[in-house]
Design a protein around this ligand. Structure first.
Ligand code: BEZ
Ligand code: FE
Length: 290
């Protein structure tokens, strides 16, 4: 293989992978090489621009650690996360739609009983959340594991804040639906917040004239035997960023009314207004169960 030129390089790289024994890996890499080469040809990429791209990815790598995942952010703001989510989560009408996972889920959040306050010191107006998990057949799903996580009123998830040794998990928990598929918990009012934008992805957004904001939402992951896992959000109606979510995750069916209530110190222990959200989830039976 010599004297490879602009016209023969793509074929040469594809041929170099002929010995790959993993058929799917070869399929994915063949497509990736073809598209990356087509991109360089189409844009007539200069050496300086290519090097800028390498520097960008290097900065993304350097800022990434177990708490900060710049590559997920990059995938999110380029719409790739939502594209992969959408094409892998087609469901019959009536099922709750999926949306992006995001980088702030934490394995091993505390398991709490229905009715618990999951805020654990996170700041924000009190918010009571309740609903039911059903199958597409309308039957309640008992014992579904429901993971919930959200940011505080300053727009930060617990994992973005320095640990104080007292509140390891804030505004996140796992609970299980009761015999009627119902769940309820107390938390804080979700607010819109910017995705982390102090790194290369934030810099890219600024250069592209884009903002980093996400509309207010609660994250849910719901798992129950016999059903497909559902990863989704519930968005707050009226939020000014619903039509310009930095990660393209909003679905109309996931927007809900978060009702505002006058203060009731007996209910909340404070003299501030509180909120409530009622939202039901509909799961798709897993293919194995169908
Ligand atoms: C989130 O909603 O937690 C999130 C999603 C994508 C990027 C950053 C944050
Ligand atoms: Fe979020």
């Amino acid at each position: 293989m010599r004297n490879i030129n602009e016209d023969t390089i793509t074929q040469a790289v594809l041929a170099s992978m002929a010995g790959c024994r993993d058929a799917r890996l070869r399929e994915v890499m063949t497509s990736l090489v073809q598209h990356v080469h087509a991109f360089a040809r189409e844009t007539k990429l200069t050496e300086a621009e290519w090097f800028q791209g390498i520097e960008f990815l290097t900065r993304a790598g350097h800022i990434t650690d177990d708490k900060r995942q710049e590559f997920i952010l990059l995938s999110d703001v380029l719409g790739l996360s939502m594209l992969v989510t959408a094409q892998n989560n087609a469901k019959p009408a009536g099922c709750t739609e999926a949306t992006v996972f995001g980088p702030f889920y934490v394995d091993g959040a505390p398991v709490v009983d229905n009715g618990a306050d999951i805020s654990n010191g996170a700041k924000g107006a009190p918010c009571f959340v309740s609903g039911q998990v059903r199958g597409i057949d309308g039957k309640p799903v008992p014992d579904a594991a429901l993971d919930v996580w959200q940011s505080d009123d300053e727009g930060f998830y617990d994992v973005q804040k320095p640990a104080d040794g007292l509140h390891e998990h804030q505004a996140r928990a796992r609970l299980y639906t009761d015999a009627q598929g119902r769940f309820d918990f107390r938390s804080i009012l979700a607010q819109h917040y910017p995705i982390p934008h102090d790194g290369p992805v934030g810099c890219m957004l600024e250069n592209l004239g884009r903002h980093p904001w996400r509309p207010a939402h609660l994250h849910f992951m719901i798992q129950a035997p016999g059903y497909e896992r559902l990863i989704t959000h519930v968005f707050r109606d009226g939020d000014k960023y619903l039509d310009s979510d930095a990660v393209f995750g909003v679905r109309s069916s996931l927007i809900a009314d978060w009702k505002r209530h006058d203060p009731d110190a007996r209910k909340t222990g404070t003299n501030e207004p509180y909120y409530s959200l009622q939202y039901d989830f509909v799961l798709n039976p897993s293919k194995k169960a169908a």
